[in-house]
Ligand binder design. Structure first.
Ligand code: T4K
Length: 369
């Protein structure tokens, strides 16, 4: 039996490149608290992402959670349940009430035609997710947010390096939050970034990631500790040198999948969106049993028996999580519910062999009845 193929595999710089990057830390003994590497990565990312300002954090979750706190949100926040736990948890952990909006069946992002009906006098923000790297309907979200005076915090965890109509995707909304987790297109082992424009917000966020400490004798907010350390920043610096190559290789893998699966009845693939420069972050496949003949769980099982670790991203929906004890009515997000039962995310990483993609697709197609 061949080695297991996982849904993804962390990209790594050469061992020597990383060692070289961290060598100086043995001399300086400056390992964290916004050191040289942190500053270097921050400025390189500002440039690469095409945004005004970037702050680095320990992970994408803290980027979301502390951004919401720094914005001083209150009451209700409109978001989607077809996402990783982090998006909803960041809202709830801020003492805010998530109000779940359904998603579009074609790109799985927030269905903007359903947002306005969910707005009440308690609504303070919208937290849309660029899920799988698919860009939300930014124009419509901007229009609605402007009309009702709402903040927009994009969960941009999946969209590192993407552009929409030539603009870095992190430049939209009041705030956009990226994840640099080991499983992401670009990573710093663990890490995250917040992109923003407003200086007061930036100061508030920066304090919150460092215990609320403004200066050694002034603690002005009840902050957390969410500082990116120098070893993580060094990994980010190395990976950023190779990111374009990384994305180009992913593109080849995605094209190979599409060659096999595009146009197969009963299979829906991720859309190719107009005006979007993709990073090829994920390869979700939606299986319609009544046409394809096999359902998602059957295909998942057969792939696993063949040592292929496809994943059910994103199942279950966050509004059905056990921790919420049935608080949310999942029938209000029927499109998301259906998707979560039909989707399987296929292995995708730069070094995935095209012959393995062929094999994975052969197995998928052999499940047709
Ligand atoms: N918002 C959204 C929309 C997100 O998707 C995420 C994270 C966040 C916010 C929060 O960002 P972070 O706080 O995580 O920065 C993984 C990731 O841990 C998580 O970052 C990601 N989304 C989520 C979609 O996927 P798991 O529980 O599926 O990870 P795990 O450990 O099963 O790993 C998946 C596969 O990746 C493994 O089978 C093998 C490979 N892998 C894993 C690790 C840990 C590696 O190759 N190297 C590694 O170090 O959550």
């Amino acid at each position: 039996m061949s080695d297991k193929i996982f849904v993804t595999r962390s990209s790594m710089p050469d061992y020597e490149e990383y060692c070289n990057e961290i060598k100086k830390l043995w001399d300086t003994r400056w390992l964290t608290n916004m050191g040289e590497k942190h500053q270097q990565l921050q400025s390189e990312l500002t440039e690469y992402l095409g945004v005004e300002k970037v702050d680095l954090l320990t992970n994408g979750h803290m980027a979301l959670e502390l951004s919401m706190q720094a914005l001083g949100l209150e009451g209700e926040v409109i978001t989607t349940p077809f996402t990783f736990a982090s998006t909803t948890h960041a809202i709830v952990r801020n003492g805010l009430e998530p109000v779940f909006c359904d998603v579009n069946p074609d790109d799985f992002t927030i269905d903007t035609s359903k947002i306005e009906a969910l707005i009440t006098e308690k609504t303070s923000a919208i937290v849309p997710v660029h899920v799988y790297g698919n860009i939300c309907n930014i124009e419509e979200i901007e229009r609605i947010a402007g009309k009702y005076g709402l903040k927009v915090i994009y969960d941009a965890a999946h969209t590192f390096g993407e552009k929409y109509k030539g603009r870095g995707v992190g430049s939209f909304g009041d705030v956009s939050c990226f994840s640099f987790h080991a499983t992401k297109v670009f990573h710093s082992i663990e890490g995250g970034a917040v992109c923003f424009r407003d200086e007061d917000f930036g100061k508030a966020l920066h304090n919150l990631k460092n215990f609320g400490i403004k200066d050694p004798e002034t603690v002005e907010s009840v902050g957390a500790n969410a500082k990116m350390n120098e070893f993580c920043a060094a990994m980010g610096i190395c990976n950023l040198r190779h990111i374009d190559d990384e994305i180009a290789k992913r593109k080849l893998v995605v094209e190979r999948y599409r060659n096999h699966l595009d146009g197969i009845e009963g299979i829906q693939l991720n859309p190719v969106q107009d005006g979007v420069e993709s990073n090829y972050a994920y390869f979700p496949v939606i299986f319609n049993k009544s046409i394809f003949g096999a359902n998602r769980d059957e295909i998942f099982k057969v792939l696993n028996e063949n040592n292929i670790g496809a994943r059910k991203y994103f199942y279950p929906l966050t509004n059905t999580f056990e921790c919420f004890n049935g608080k949310y009515d999942v029938t209000l997000t029927p499109v998301a519910l259906n998707l979560s039962k039909q989707v399987l995310t296929m292995p995708l990483y730069a070094d995935l062999k095209l012959s393995d993609v062929d094999r994975i697709c052969d197995i998928i197609l052999s499940c047709r009845k």
